[in-house]
Write a protein that binds this ligand. Sequence first.
Ligand SMILES: NC(=O)c1ccc[n+]([C@@H]2O[C@H](COP(=O)([O-])OP(=O)(O)OC[C@H]3O[C@@H](n4cnc5c(N)ncnc54)[C@H](OP(=O)(O)O)[C@@H]3O)[C@@H](O)[C@H]2O)c1
Length: 185
Amino acid sequence: MINTIDPEKDVDGFHPVNVGKMVQGAGGFISATPHGIMLLLEHYHIETKGKHAVVIGRSNIVGRPMSILLSSNTEPGNCTVTICHSKTKNLKELCLQADIIVAALGKPEFLTAEMVKDGAVIVDVGITRVPDSSKKSGFRIKGDVHFEAVAPKSSWITPVPGGVGPMTIAALMKNTFYSCQQRNS
Ligand SMILES: NC(=O)c1ccc[n+]([C@@H]2O[C@H](COP(=O)([O-])OP(=O)(O)OC[C@H]3O[C@@H](n4cnc5c(N)ncnc54)[C@H](OP(=O)(O)O)[C@@H]3O)[C@@H](O)[C@H]2O)c1
């Protein structure tokens, strides 16, 4: 199905043409969530050059493009990246070596304080609905990071809700605007 999308209208950045361009650093549409995270890092002048980034999750829409963007010769970028997944051994040890952690695995409050070194930058991508009878909706949204425990150890941390989610929407709008501009020029 993705192959049937016109790459020039592929504002999600999922088409192989756009994935290829992203890998080559050749423009095109970058998947909205990793793109939004890069914009966030840029906006807050987070130093990434030479840092060790651990990305937890290797999906085509978040983890894998994130690892490519962070390792690109760009600013932000130029990280040394470790990409982790469900078969990764010694995840805690790897996370403890990380200057930047991007948690994108979909397991609420997975990343705990014991897995994070002091001063690390934490980007929480996770969005999971957990039952909460005190809410009218019957659920609340949880990230992949145990925010209350990890926040005091981190230098920067994105909240859930309110962090990566809105940046994903902003990046999608940016891509949509760019697509429109390209077609009208
Ligand atoms: N904020 C946003 O705008 C936004 C956008 C997209 C997604 N999300 C959220 O981000 C989360 C991830 O989304 P996704 O689409 O990337 O999910 P996904 O396709 O399910 O991928 C999850 C990844 O996490 C890995 N993983 C699972 N359990 C693990 C564990 N215990 N240790 C290490 N790695 C583990 C998996 O490894 P394997 O490959 O080995 O299975 C997989 O690579 C979800 O909560 C989703 O709702 C948020």
